[in-house]
Write a protein that binds this ligand. Structure first.
Ligand code: S3P
Length: 449
């Protein structure tokens, strides 16, 4: 089991890009595999989560070739051969690893297939709620058995069928559930509708539009006529703003620092973190370089003394994955930061309210825990500590950032999990820790095949 050791730094002055977006890479593998031809996908994220989805699509008949690889991880440039919506039954159960997105999206896809398949994952994924997808998918006509020890949990045995369209009010603001229903709806005759309680990340809608599938968004309602085949296209995945957030927080909280994150996704359903850091006092400039499809561009941030803030209820779905690192920013800011309406954090890779509060307290931070969030009283010196990631990539990375500000040494235990979303994080952390400034120090080695 690997670990990371971190000590305080005195300056941060760097320019680099982070690997591809996780949410978009999952969808590129799925829609590329469903498309009517060959798609070249650039800047694919070779993280364990996305590689599992790519392998799942291969198990369903959509083969891929690797054109370029991040050394030691997997493909960053690949060519996927779409099956024109005609998938084949997998020979074995499909491993989704640690990925809730992978399992829930694939379940939607498999619900509409006229064969039986099985999805399984690791211990964390096997304890996460699947009722939120099995309910609407059953309403559409699929028969899904939840075989886990915990009721309503994976493994999932999916007896797919000719599904029928539904109009579904999401009980939770979840892009995964929305996407699962829409994916099943692609195989239904008629119009599938999803009505969200709040706006969630819209990568599925944007990517389907790019693949020339007609899909309509009116406010919180999305409607999709079934029976359309995505038209193959070449696609570039922007950098992952959730991965960039770790460095944005480090730079924002370090007086005198300057950081330029290049070619990162700036989809407005993902950028609430920037608004929050702005409210906390960070000096930031956003330059959009590509505005159609998935917007992307550069973010420049300069460090300044931070002050506490209150996360707005409508911001929560937009920054749910960034809350552990926002909590670290809050610990470094003067005054209280209030995070509420975030009960969803309890059903992520770990219960992120518990794991964030526990680790902040270990570092000497005064935190109050609530059922749906926490209040962090920031501004005191962080103390180095031994941090348990509990196998959660975002907890591991958030507390590595905290270690850059703490007295003494911070050791993050069990850091292999970081590969589920950010291959190359240790390389970037090493460059930051040694206060390197040259862009080439941040390049993640790749090999052309
Ligand atoms: C994701 C949606 C979010 C997010 C996850 C990725 C997606 O989950 O936490 O990391 O790609 O659709 P929910 O939609 O369940 O909140």
């Amino acid at each position: 089991m690997s670990s990371l050791s971190v000590k305080a730094i005195s300056s941060l002055n760097a320019e680099f890009s982070v690997p591809g977006d996780k949410s978009i890479s999952h969808r590129a593998a799925i829609f590329g595999g469903l498309s009517n031809g060959v798609c070249e996908i650039a800047n694919f994220l070779p993280s364990e989560d996305c590689l599992n989805t790519l392998k799942a699509m291969r198990a369903l008949g959509a083969n891929f070739e690797v054109l370029e690889e991040m050394d030691g991880y997997g493909p960053t440039l690949l060519r996927i051969h779409g099956k024109g919506m005609k998938l084949t039954a997998p020979e074995a159960p499909i491993d989704c690893g640690n990925s809730g997105t992978g399992m829930r999206l694939l379940a939607g896809l498999l619900a509409g297939q006229e064969f039986t398949s099985e999805l399984f994952g690791d211990a964390s994924l096997s304890s996460r709620p699947m009722g939120r997808i099995t309910e609407p998918l059953s309403e559409m006509g699929a028969n899904i058995e939840t075989l886990g020890e915990k009721p309503g949990c994976a493994p999932l045995k999916i007896h797919g069928s000719k599904v029928k369209p539904i109009s579904y009010h999401l009980p939770v603001a979840s892009a995964q559930v929305k996407s699962a229903v829409l994916l099943a709806g692609m195989f239904a005759e008629g119009i599938t509708e999803v009505i969200q309680p709040a706006i969630t990340r819209d990568h599925t809608e944007r990517m389907l539009t790019s693949f020339r599938v007609s899909i309509r968004t009116e406010g919180e309602k999305i409607s999709l006529p079934g029976g359309q085949t995505p038209e193959s296209l070449d696609f570039r995945v922007p950098g992952d703003i959730s991965s960039a957030s770790f460095w944005l927080v480090a730079a924002a909280a370090m007086d005198g620092s300057r950081l330029l994150i290049k070619d990162v996704g700036l989809n407005p359903t993902r950028t609430a973190i920037l608004k929050v850091l702005g409210r906390m006092g960070a000096q930031m400039t956003e330059i959009v370089t590509i505005s159609d499809g998935e917007p992307m561009g550069n973010i420049e941030i300069k460090g300044a003394p931070l002050k506490g803030t209150t996360l707005l209820p409508e911001e929560i779905p937009n920054l749910i994955d960034e809350i552990p690192v926002i909590a670290v920013a809050a610990a470094l800011a003067e005054g209280p930061t209030h995070i509420r309406n975030a009960k969803e954090l309890r059903v992520k890779e770990t219960d992120r309210i518990t794991t964030t509060v526990e680790n902040l307290r270990k570092m000497g931070v005064d935190v109050e825990e609530f059922i749906d969030g926490m209040t962090i009283h920031g501004g005191s010196q962080l103390k180095g500590a031994r941090i348990k990631s509990h196998g959660d990539h975002r907890i591991a990375m958030a507390f590595a950032i905290a270690g850059l500000f703490a007295s003494g040494e911070t050791v993050i235990e069990d850091t292999d999990c970081i590969n589920t979303s950010y291959p190359g994080f240790a390389h970037h952390l090493d460059a930051i820790r040694h206060e390197r400034t040259k862009p080439e120090d941040f390049i993640l080695p790749t090999t052309i095949r």
